[in-house]
Write a protein of this length. Structure first.
Length: 94
């Protein structure tokens, strides 16, 4: 992923991380679903771009976030619906 993309993406992810970490100890302030880690969902209709974004996100954020990908808007909506049914947290949609 180009450095300029991460430059605008990092502040949002760091803010989500701070909120998540501050609420981890309290079940009331953070509703946990199947996974204890919130997800970052990357969406792009070009497989090469999507794979590159996913790879770079995994390198940097996999320790604290689940990295998911969708190859279309419809697939992203399906993934979000599944997450909602499982009560999983979404940290960021890219």
């Amino acid at each position: 992923m180009p450095v300029h993309v991460l430059a605008w993406l990092l502040p949002a992810i760091i803010a989500c991380r701070l909120v998540w970490r501050s609420s981890r100890g309290s079940q009331n302030s953070y509703i946990r679903g199947v996974s204890s880690k919130p997800a970052i969902l990357a969406v792009d209709d070009e497989p090469e771009v999507l794979n590159a974004v996913e790879r770079d996100l995994r390198k940097r954020f996999a320790a604290d976030y689940r990295i998911l990908k969708a190859g279309s808007g419809a697939q992203a909506l399906e993934t979000l619906g599944q997450m909602k049914r499982r009560n999983d947290a979404l940290a960021l949609l890219v």
